[in-house]
Write a protein that binds this ligand. Structure first.
Ligand code: FES
Ligand code: FES
Length: 165
């Protein structure tokens, strides 16, 4: 089966088993290794990417289901002249990353969340992280950073992930 889709803004074509998990194509064929394959069962969130702007675990997404879709990985998340998405920059500035294994998936989940919930509270931010496991257990620092990022953006009338807050 041939599947065509957009990958980080470029045309992409896959020919092979339609049940091949998207994460394997990203990592093994496209060498986009920012997307991590950890549990491969939908529990950890490390493989999260955006499919048509929705955060989804790519280990559970057969390639056939992305036919005609726009897929964005951590490598394609930033836009314009910005090398990092605002959340990535905030995590870096706050030194919130420990081993880093969970972070690509965490950023992909949370970037979609802040885009859609620019006025999110701490409990709402925590609820948005339930699908992303951090084995280094740095959760509070991550929540602090997301909350600070949204707060500062609101005060400055800036953008976080493409929406005015
Ligand atoms: S590798 Fe996909 S959810 Fe864990
Ligand atoms: S920073 Fe190590 S798993 Fe989250």
């Amino acid at each position: 089966m041939t599947v065509t889709f957009q990958l980080n803004g470029e045309d992409c074509r896959f020919h092979g088993d339609p049940m091949t998990p998207l994460v394997d194509i990203l990592r093994q064929e496209r060498f986009l290794t920012g997307t991590k394959a950890v549990c491969r069962e939908g529990f950890c969130g490390a493989c999260t990417v955006h499919v048509d702007d929705e955060a989804v675990p790519s280990c559970l997404k057969p390639i056939a289901l992305v036919q005609g879709c726009a897929v964005t990985t951590i490598e394609g998340l930033s836009s314009g002249n910005h090398p990092l998405h605002p959340l990535q920059a905030a995590f870096e500035a706050a030194d919130a990353v420990q081993c880093g294994m969970c972070f690509p998936g965490m950023v992909m989940s949370l970037s979609a969340f802040v885009r859609d919930n620019p006025h999110a509270s701490r409990p709402e931010i925590k609820a948005a992280m339930v699908g992303n496991i951090c084995r280094c257990t740095g959760y509070e620092r991550i929540v602090d950073t997301v909350a600070d990022c949204l707060d500062q953006a609101r005060k400055a009338g800036q953008l976080v992930g493409g929406v005015h807050v």
